[in-house]
Design a protein around this ligand. Structure first.
Ligand code: FAD
Ligand code: FMN
Length: 766
């Protein structure tokens, strides 16, 4: 088998080595456009895990690379004249040129023919005599772009500008240096990769880049300006540019995220950056390239595996790892693109937010790396919350909204139980909410409780349209207040076009078999083909429904609720006004976002006027319709939140989607938290995050990084009413209220979990 490798970067060289090692008879030619020893960039960082993989694959080059590594442990974050250092991060770095020199020497030693200064043409005729063509020609791959349809190439060019410089200044720590200039913020990612050399990547928003005049400067002027801006970090050492042949502006790049649906087309195979890229801020591109190379060589050498199947396996096995890293890289990229949100944070929280930006490093992960640093973060968090610098997880810190103080920041999210008759909560609800109010969460939401019989989603939904309902709810709130510390929030809503459907565990969202009631909505848009078409509300009907919300709010006082939430999400009535996908009105309540918000805001303001001034109110919104620009966008959600904030909302409960039947949400851990982050830090409003948050570690990271003020969990609380008490036991946190009859159980659980953790730690040490 004869193989052509196009590109002498890490992917091409390491694939050639890995292939030759597995079968020395292979004829492998590697073509590189640059002369020997010439390359772009400075140092690259690796993890210990990647090095281990290299040692297993080829101990000879692995040992040579390991020899060339610079190691360091600390991350320094410089901001506003302060330097915050955290330890235990364990990085290794190597010069890109050194890495390539080592790999090309090893490749030649194994008999691979390297043809330098050979620019390869994508014309397939040129490669016809090779059995396999490996396109390892990097991010701007000509081979890939010539067949972009066949590979299903997707390119996403990101907003910020960056330039990859070097410096003889030796940084002791991985350094993030943020500098404020007259044109905006600019920052450097710097790390040592040899005793006397460090990478120094400078990044900024395009407006800052233009404002500083980088768009019109030559290379020397760019370097000079960067030296001036970052003078305090360079100790008089120069910055170096190894792309000085490029005019100044051209040496600056916008990162391009590349994804390919297919990594092979016939006998042409993509590898490394040609197939996928990961933003430099998580330093994983070289790792991915090397690990692709190992996997590809491995599958191509599996005995008896036909080529087509080998290539399928190569992509199947690598793409999951690549996707995970690309997701982390996207989070990290976006963090730097939306830096303005976090610049107002206190430096400790800014640093925490920076370290957890990719969501790969969690709260407990930081504790393992540097317990003292994390302890200080927790103390700062508590000091801001209570005035007392307590050493305890953020989720247990109290939170105040108007006259209501929550014991902690964990919330039982609203969840329909579909267990009422004629809207009246019964013993099921007493036990259900009773158990959750004693389970440790600071705040327990009711399910969506409906303002009239026809406002219900299903016949099993709870309501609050009669004094009997208020009395039944009072039994529950009295129990909760007498037996626990949790506050109770009533969620009020109207189902709109999603009403008159079956119970949640029957056919969800499908109409009743019999006894359907007429539906109303913002416009005559049915939820789906199977649902009845609603009538569009008249102004008089809108006023009636508003009065129903007000009446329910007044009854909520008698019912003993501490807080009320207006449900304006998930495609129900008020949401059907907000989303352009459901609202087709031509009057003052349709059209622009301001018009679409008018009715929900009128309802909210009327409720606010009826609700005691010292008790808080929240609103649940869908921060995106998952419909691109055709629906509500995350940017719109900031405007929506602001408008409710001005109308007196104390908290924005940030959910997403469920506003039209065709939505294609992007699920994942904590998948809606970025919307909470955006609203909290752009609109400066208190927010609650929700959606696939299920571990205390996640809750603590969300709170400590300032991405939300409260964290709501729904499904975890269905199965475990005492989720928060369990988390307290695991953290050995004793300052939480435990119903006295349950004290013994808590003591035992805490002891057992502690023993389990000690045994795990001992096993790890062994
Ligand atoms: C600023 C910056 C910082 C980075 N920091 C890190 C880091 O810390 N850690 C990390 O792991 N990664 C980092 N990366 C990413 C890393 O550089 C790439 O992911 C990695 O180089 C990919 O390897 P590759 O072999 O696929 O591509 P490349 O390294 O780009 O190699 C491609 C090779 O193909 C050659 N070539 C291209 N076209 C042709 C042609 N038509 N004919 C012949 N030859 C051709 C090129 O000259 C080049 O030598 C960083 C990237 C940037 C931009
Ligand atoms: C059974 C069930 C019923 C729900 N009912 C409601 C509801 O009445 N009101 C509401 O706003 N959200 C409701 N939700 C959505 C949850 O509050 C929450 O936003 C969603 O489940 C995501 O959180 P999770 O990943 O922690 O489950 C419901 C969710 C579930 C699972």
């Amino acid at each position: 088998m004869s193989i052509a490798c196009i590109g002498g970067g890490p992917a091409g060289l390491y694939f050639a080595i890995s292939m030759k090692l597995r079968d020395p008879r292979r004829e492998i030619h590697l073509y590189e456009r640059n002369p020997r020893g010439v390359t772009f960039g400075w140092g690259v960082v690796f993890s210990d895990q990647t090095l281990e993989n290299l040692m297993i694959n080829d101990p000879v080059s692995g040992a040579a690379i390991a020899d060339g590594f610079a190691h360091w442990d600390d991350i320094d974050v410089h901001i506003e004249g302060q330097c915050l250092t955290s330890s235990g991060h364990g990085f290794i770095g190597i010069g890109r040129k050194r890495l390539l020199d080592l790999l090309s020497a090893r490749a030649e030693e194994l008999g691979i023919e390297i043809h330098y200064e050979s620019e390869c043409d994508p014309d397939p005729a040129m490669w016809a005599h090779y059995d396999l063509v490996i396109a390892a020609d990097g991010i701007n791959s000509r081979i890939r772009d010539a067949r972009s349809q066949a590979f299903g190439v997707e390119v996403d060019e990101r907003a910020n500008k960056f330039i990859w410089l070097g410096t003889p200044k030796s940084f002791d720590a991985f350094t993030f240096a943020f500098e404020r200039t007259e044109a905006g913020w600019i920052w450097a990612h710097a790390y040592r990769f040899a005793p006397d050399c460090s990478t120094f990547i400078v990044e900024c928003a395009e407006t800052t880049w233009r404002g500083l005049g980088f768009d019109t400067m030559n290379s020397a002027a760019v370097v000079e300006k960067c030296e001036l801006i970052f003078a305090r970090h360079l100790d008089g050492r120069p910055l170096l540019n190894n792309a000085a042949h490029l005019p100044g502006a051209a040496a600056w790049l916008n990162f391009r995220r590349i994804k390919c649906e297919r990594w092979s087309d016939g006998n042409v195979i993509l590898i490394g950056d040609a197939a996928h890229t990961a933003h430099f801020s998580i330093g994983s591109g070289t790792k991915l390239a090397l690990e692709d190379a190992i996997k590809l060589a491995e599958v191509l050498n599996r005995p008896g595996l036909p080529l087509a199947e080998a290539l399928e396996e190569y992509q199947a096995e690598r793409s999951l790892e690549v996707l995970k890293l690309q997701n982390s890289a996207r989070n990290s990229t976006e963090w730097f693109e939306t830096l303005d949100r976090y610049l107002g944070f206190e430096p400790w929280q800014f640093a925490y937010s920076l370290l957890t930006r990719s969501q790969r490093i969690s709260h407990e992960n930081l504790r393992l790396r540097d317990p003292q640093w994390l302890d200080q973060v927790e103390r700062n968090f508590w000091e801001r919350a209570t005035g007392e610098a307590k050493s305890a997880p953020p989720m247990f810190a109290p939170f105040r909204l108007r006259g209501m103080t929550l014991e902690n920041r964990i919330v039982v999210s609203p969840m329909a139980t579909y267990s009422a008759t004629d809207g009246t909560p019964n013993d099921f609800h007493l036990v259900h909410y009773g158990a959750r109010s004693m389970g440790g969460a600071g705040l327990v939401f009711t399910e969506m409780t409906c303002v009239s019989p026809t406002a219900r989603i299903t016949p099993g939904c709870t309501g609050l349209w009669s004094p009997d309902h208020a009395a039944a709810w009072r039994r529950i709130t009295d129990f909760a207040h007498a037996n626990g510390k949790a506050k109770i929030c009533l969620q009020l809503g109207h189902s709109g076009a999603k009403g008159s459907t079956q119970l949640g565990w029957e056919e969800m969202d499908a109409p009743l078999a019999e006894g359907n009631w007429p539906l109303v909505a913002a416009s005559e848009v049915a939820w789906s083909e199977g649902n009845a078409r609603p009538t569009a509300l008249t102004l008089a009907e809108m006023d009636d429904i508003k009065q129903q919300f007000v009446a329910a709010t007044r009854m909520a006082i008698d019912a003993g609720f501490d807080m009320v939430e207006l449900h304006a999400a998930h495609g129900y009535l008020l949401s059907s006004f907000i989303t352009p996908l459901q609202n087709k009105r031509l009057d003052d309540y349709g059209g622009s976002l301001a018009n679409r918000l008018r009715y929900p805001l009128e309802v909210f303001a009327a409720m606010r006027a009826a609700w005691p001034a010292d008790r808080p109110m929240s609103v649940r919104i869908s921060a995106t319709d998952w419909a691109g620009n055709d629906g509500v966008t995350p940017d719109d959600s900031v405007e929506i939140a602001r408008a409710f904030g001005e109308a007196g909302a104390d908290l924005i409960d940030v959910s997403a989607g469920q506003t039209w039947a065709e939505a294609k949400p992007v699920y994942g851990r904590m998948f809606q938290t970025p919307f909470s982050d955006k609203i909290r830090n752009e609109a400066q409003l208190a927010t609650m995050a929700v959606g696939n948050i299920f571990e205390p570690d996640q809750a603590n990271a969300i709170l400590a990084s300032g991405r939300a003020d409260l964290v709501a969990l729904a499904r975890p609380h269905l199965i475990d009413p005492s989720w928060t008490l369990r988390a307290a036991a695991a953290a050995d946190y004793r300052d939480i209220f435990i119903p006295p009859p349950y004290l013994n159980g808590m003591t035992q659980l805490a002891r057992n979990l502690k023993r389990e953790a000690e045994m795990q730690a001992a096993a790890l040490r062994a």
